[in-house]
Design a binder for this molecule. Sequence first.
Ligand code: EPZ
Length: 434
Amino acid sequence: MEIARIFGGRELCGEVSVSGAKNAALPILAACLLTDEPCILENIPNLSDIRLMISILRNVGASVEYMDTHTLKVCAEDVTSRASYEAVKKMRASVCLMGAFLGRTGHSTVSLPGGCVIGQRPIDLHIKGFKKLGCAVAMHNGYLEVNGERMVGTRIFLGGRYGSTVTGTANVLMAALGASGTTIIESAACEPEITDLCLFLRKQGALITGIGTNTLTVEGGCKLHGCRHRIIGDRIEAGTFICAALMTRGRIAIRGNTPNISSAVYDKFEEIGASVRELDDGTILVDGTKQDLRPTEVITLPYPGFPTDLQAQFCALLSCIDGISIVSERIYPSRFMHVPELNRMGANIMLEESHAIIHGSSSRQLAGAQLMASDLRASAALYLAGLCAKNETLIQRIYHLDRGYEHFEGKLRSLGASIERIKEADAEPDGGNP
Ligand code: EPZ
């Protein structure tokens, strides 16, 4: 098992590039099943979740080959419509194969996804959408069997108690491509990753309007063809690097970002007094050197609100800012696994239901510690805390991080961080600074 070893206290300086967005690449990989012609995808991030999705596509009959380290050629000439429990249990996002299976074959048999540490992960809205299209849905031995041989386009309201559903929108959109007639999806997710999926589907020949809004209209029955598409930059990785620069009082330029970080995020950075500027090409300039940051309140919401995937990283940042900040999690109310670990480093964060009350301090430097990562974004928050903590931080179970951050240690080292990945057995107790 590998662990991350970080010696904190170094200012991050220089340039770094974000990879392609995981949460765009995953549904778009699934959407390659909608045509029997080859699709070429550029800017694919090298992540464990992507490798898992590739293995699932191969299992269902698609050919998937790397043209270079970040370009894939996918060809699904003849596919089945069943994804096994073995595959789905490792990655919940594989549920978005359901819509692709339905759009291509009219059938889908996919194991129900389990929950995970960030909360329950129901798919009732996905099922609602399938049923509205005329699908028969049944549960057998943990598998969701969906028969959509005679799907008919219709109007579907897809909003839930937590707002829109990202992969639910992807699923219903792809299924509707196999229906006859027009489908209107109201309260659709409009995250940039869904917009990227829509643009990919449009390149395949799909007729979709309302892209980028909460109402998507899609014509079913179009014959889809192969295409070439470049995945958007990862806005959550970009936001993570912004927090890293501010926490280490460094100065960085973040390249490869697609201009789609919502103004809710920039508004929050402005509110705390951070110097963060996005150029027309998406490059983000962060200057954490001259800062007198202020506390704030954050509420996570569906796009264009503040993204839940940046909540843990922002908690780490706020714990280093003098004053009381409040972070309210409206998407996954229990998504606070990072808090007990941050408190073990000396942060002072109290949890009250779905709120974190953060007594931040810029003078009480966090102290390095042995930490346990629990999920993807919590892992990132612990890395950030280690970067600005005194002495050595060791983080276990960093396989969680590998799901969504490509070569994260290398990118941080290129900015001046003292960070490495070592075998668990090689980690002695704190040997002091290098
Ligand atoms: C996507 O998950 C992302 N994953 C998540 O990113 C992200 O946190 C989430 O959207 C919210 O932005 C991918 O895109 C692969 P949802 P998804 O369906 O689609 C409830 C990361 O760190 N809900 O938008 O599974 C649900 O419980 C990951 O990269 C229902 O009630 O999330 C949640 O509270 C973590 N019924 C809220 O809606 C449903 O049928 C949003 O869920 C579906 C969802």
